[in-house]
Design a protein around this ligand. Structure first.
Ligand code: AMP
Length: 285
């Protein structure tokens, strides 16, 4: 373990396991997995983790841009990184230590052949346009969970499909502890906070305000009694212009299957490119 000014840092899987072994099995440990370039959305999970485990509990975050959840033509190389800044922010949010693997091979040794796939829930939405993405997410979270054995893990509803899939994995694999979902934290103009927002040029950043505007309109139409996907999502390309739509969907909030008419809790979810940056967001209805 090395000690940055602000926070202790674990660099290897062995160090992570050894750290956990110093704590009792039932120790309160809050775990917040991230890909770094931390913003207030991440920090809200960390603060809630601290609140839940109390001053004597441990709060650990991981900072790892997981190559196995990026496709070959995706933005792995362009993903923003700032480890020193992240460690300072995490410390200020009440985090005790960070697991920042020194290399991807700490979690994915060259000989790895084991992958975790949750059937069904990954077919729609992001799973359709990012084949293999959720397999990479599930595998890394399961590995981290096994090393750190948290009593709680905190995840954001911004990645609603990811949260649903991880809840399923957590239950199916009888993992320890509990998964906690947390609300989306937004910029003052409504754009969901995301590390990828830093890759938006100023005009794309301005144009991306179309996303929260679109979701607010969907909510307003729903509040006015509209229940049909066709009505709620009508003219989406014009309403999200100049964004390039990957998907805009209305799905059942529990099983994520597409629906035509809302009869149970539903999710309006979207992924839209602005200036080449893929942004996701959602609204529960
Ligand atoms: P990431 O670093 O993008 O992998 O995100 C790490 C965790 O932070 C995930 O559980 C995300 O859902 C969560 N997260 C990311 N952005 C937000 C946000 N704007 N509000 C709340 N949680 C978020």
């Amino acid at each position: 373990m090395s000690s940055n000014e602000a926070i202790s840092v674990l660099r290897s899987a062995g160090e992570a396991r050894a750290w956990r072994a110093t704590l009792p099995a039932d120790a309160p440990v809050a775990f917040i997995p991230t890909m770094g370039f931390l913003h207030d959305g991440h920090l809200s999970l960390m603060a809630e983790g601290r609140r839940r485990v109390g001053p004597k509990g441990q709060v650990i975050t991981s900072i790892f841009v997981n190559p196995t959840q990026f496709g070959p033509n995706e933005d792995f190389d362009r993903y923003p990184r700032d480890e020193a800044g992240d460690l300072a922010k995490a410390a200020a949010a009440g985090v005790d230590l960070a697991f920042c693997p020194s290399a991807p091979s700490e979690l994915f040794p060259a000989h790895s052949r084991t992958w975790i796939e949750v059937e069904g829930l990954g077919d729609a939405l992001c799973g359709r346009s990012r084949p293999g993405h959720f397999r990479g997410v599930c595998t890394v979270v399961a590995k981290l969970w096994g090393l750190l054995r948290p009593s709680i893990g905190l995840f954001g509803e911004k990645d609603y499909q990811q949260l649903a899939i991880l809840r399923r994995m957590h239950a199916d694999l009888n993992l320890c502890g509990e998964i906690i979902g947390m609300p989306i934290v937004r910029e003052p103009d409504g754009l969901a906070m995301s590390s990828r927002n830093s890759n938006l040029d100023p005009s794309s950043r301005e144009a991306a305000r179309a996303i929260p505007r679109f979701l607010a309109e969907v909510r307003a139409r729903y509040a006015a009694g509209e229940r049909a996907a066709a009505g709620l999502l009508a003219d989406a390309p014009a309403r999200l212009a100049p964004g390039r739509i990957d998907y805009v969907s209305l799905v059942d909030a529990a099983d994520l299957r597409p629906i035509d008419v809302i009869e149970r809790p539903a999710l309006c979810a979207l992924a839209v490119y602005f200036g080449g940056v893929r942004l996701i967001d959602n609204a529960l209805l």
